[in-house]
Every structure is written in C-alpha cells, then in structure tokens.
Write a protein that binds this ligand. Structure first.
Ligand code: OSB
Ligand code: MG
Length: 386
C-alpha cells in the first residue's frame, strides 16, 4: 500500500478482511405447510453463511430451497458452488465495503442465491464494523415497513377463508393468494365477495400459458392490486403480450434476475410492478440497482419472501426501508412460520400491520447461536491460508 492509500483507508475507517467462512445447514419445520403451484413445503433446509472478518461476524441466509422448483438453484447447488467457487473467489481478500465482493464473483455465471449469501453476510459484517444499522447503510429512509402476507394453497376454501380472517385480524395490509388452474377464479370470487375492500393480489408462480389468456382476463373482475408471475419463470416477451390484454397490473418475480431484466420488462410493458427478492437477484448491490431503476421509471417495488428464518427475514426488513418499496411486502412475523426463530427478538408485526425498524448496529436482530447449533445438521468452516 502507498502512504496515500494507508491514509485514505484510515479515514474511511472500514476494512473487512474475510479470514474465514462458515457454512451450515439447519433444519426447521414450518408451523403450517406452504403450498404453491409447484408444490408443498413442510419443513425447511436452510443454508446459513457466516463471514468471519477479524473479530466481526456477518451472517446471511441463502434462500435456495429444498428443490429446484422456484428457481434452478437449490440447497445442494448453493452449498457446492459456495464451497468450490464463490468462497475461494473472495476468501482472504480485504474489502473496504461489502459491495466490492461482487466483482470478485463476477466470473462465475448464475448461482445468484449463493452469491447473495456471500455479499449479504459481508453487508452485515460491514454494518457491524461501522456500528451502523444495516438499513441505513443500504440507503433506507423508513422507520417502519408495511407488511402483507402470502397465503398458500389450502386443502379447502373454508380453510383459506379462515386463514385470511386471522391475518386481517392481525393487521396485515395486503393479502396475496397463491393460485393455479383449479384454485383461482372460484376462490378469488369467494374472497372478494366476503372482503370487497381489502388490498388483494395473487401469485401464480408460472402456472399459466399464453393460450389461457381468456381465462386470465377473468382475473380482471376482482379488482386485484396485481397478478404475480402468471407465465413462464424465464419469460418477459409473452408477459408483455399478456399485460397488453389485461387491466390488472402484472408483477414479475421469477423473470427478473438483474437490473437489465427489469429495464427490458419495463420498456417492453411486461409488468407494471416488480417484486424484489435479494436472493433471486444475487445480493444487495443488484437489489439496490433494480430499486433505483424502478424508482426512476415510476415502477413501484415490494420485497418478496422465501420462507426465510429470522436471518433472511431481518435482511428483507432492512431492504424494505428503501424509498421505492411503496407496496406492502411479503415480509411478515416469524411466528407465522416458526415455533421458535433463530433471532432475538423475533420479527414481530404491530397491530397496524407494520414492522418497526431497529436501530442497533447490523440488522438489529441478535443471532441465537445456541439454538442454531442445536438445529445444525452440517457445518463446514473454510479458512484463508493468507
Ligand atoms: O413466489 O413469492 C413467491 C415462497 C417460496 C417461493 C416463492 C414464493 C414464496 C412466497 C412466500 O410467496 C413468501 C413468504 O411468506 O416468505
Ligand atoms: Mg412470487
């Protein structure tokens, strides 16, 4: 280092030397099963990543699921890609900010959920090192965020109505229903006639095809805030064709992998709303890029969820404080998913359907290390030899 560099670094005050990384898999059964158009989840296998940076530990959750259904990534590809490619690309390096690791991982194609685990753990470490709340470091501006819920496909309509009633009574500000052929118009009709005024949306997770366009047009009858990802998970073009024929706004989730996808989706009219999931897009840097691009084009965004434990959930809370997160997200209370969460306090929602933002350094949610140890089924620490 030159003298000027030493002085500059001392002035900046932050240095993250990534000395070691710990990967773990924990098992956590869900309080209730969660069913989408692609299947039912009863229990989660969750990959946690810890970035050890000279006395400061940053934590993140990799949102890759148990099966490659929502995306092509799943826990085993994420673990292997982290172990063999991503961790070697960043280990032993010194970063002056978390976002710098993105270029180190650039030559590895795809595997965005795995990349997000690395980057987000470093963001957590950076926030702790700077003694700043993560939400501020990300550029957030809100002191509370608005919460919605995503309600899976149920065994009966009665069960669904009961669930909605419970969530509305808890204060949630938007109800999103998972739909698929055979569980769509009939339930939307029942829900809308019972609650004519609520903010209501639906998510098809790619369950429809373009030849079902007349069927999809019937969704216009229910005054929905949006219909999320009706067509193929990797499509933009046909969503544009569909959006031109619908009154209801299309929101894209799966199809938006990065800011360029978001730009093309907006320019081509494939959607009017975008769901940002930090794991899906490869980390906070890309999530912020999409956020900024949407803000500049007057496209509202909201924060999606992936049945996260408290660690991923806390990151979603922080991200949701950015100014263009103007619609209620799928960020809800820990207790909807877990008997006991791995952070303290658990993520809690007020009677008004909001989460209050915490001001401690990092996420503001402490890691329950003992509980994590109890839930761990596999663990590996990889150290730098430098
Ligand atoms: O499409 O938003 C989705 C869960 C798993 C995979 C995909 C999705 C979801 C959800 C649940 O809708 C959101 C949550 O409550 O975490
Ligand atoms: Mg979705």
């Amino acid at each position: 280092m030159t003298k000027a560099e030493v002085i500059r670094e001392a002035a900046a005050g932050t240095k993250l030397k990534l000395e070691a990384v710990t990967l773990r898999e924990i098992r956590m059964p869900l309080v209730h099963f969660f069913e989408t158009s692609f299947g039912r989840t009863l229990s989660r296998r969750i990959l946690l990543m810890t970035a050890h940076c000279e006395g400061v530990d940053g934590w993140a959750e990799c949102v890759a699921a148990e099966e490659p259904s929502y995306s092509s990534e799943w826990i085993e590809t994420a673990w292997a890609t982290l172990q063999h490619h991503l961790i070697p690309a960043v280990l032993g390096q010194t970063f002056s900010s978390a976002g710098e690791c993105v270029s180190s991982m650039h030559r590895i194609r795809g595997h965005r959920m795995a990349k997000a685990a690395v980057e987000n753990a470093l963001w957590d470490a950076e926030a702790k090192e700077r003694k700043q709340p993560l939400w501020k470091l990300l550029g957030g501006c809100r002191r509370q965020i608005e919460c919605g819920v995503s309600i899976g496909i149920q065994d009966s309509v009665e069960q669904l109505l009961e669930k909605i009633e419970t969530e509305l009574a808890s204060g949630y500000r938007r109800i999103k229903l998972k739909v698929k052929p055979g569980w769509d118009l009939r339930i939307l009709e029942r829900v809308r006639s019972r609650w004519p005024e609520i903010l209501l949306s639906c998510d098809a997770n790619s369950a429809y095809r373009l030849d079902e366009i007349e069927h999809l047009r019937a969704f216009d009858n229910f005054n929905l805030l949006m219909i999320e990802q009706p067509l193929w998970n990797d499509d933009l073009y046909y969503h544009a064709r569909l959006q031109a024929k619908l009154r209801t706004a299309i929101c894209l989730d799966e199809s938006i992998r990065h800011a360029r996808d978001a730009a093309i989706a907006i320019e081509s009219g494939a959607c009017r709303i975008i769901n940002i999931k930090v794991g899906r897009v490869g980390g906070f840097t890309e999530a912020k890029k999409i956020h900024d691009l949407c803000a500049a084009r007057d496209i509202p965004v909201w924060c999606g969820g992936m049945l996260e434990s408290g660690i991923g959930r806390a990151h979603n809370v922080a991200l949701s404080t950015l100014p263009n997160f103007t619609l209620p997200g799928d960020v809800s209370a820990s207790k909807r998913y877990w008997k006991e969460d791995i952070v303290e306090p658990e993520v809690e929602v007020t009677g008004g359907g909001t989460i209050a933002i915490r001001d401690e350094p990092g996420t503001g949610y402490r890691i329950r290390k003992d509980l994590i140890d109890q839930l761990t089924v596999r663990k590996e620490t990889i150290r730098s030899r430098q």
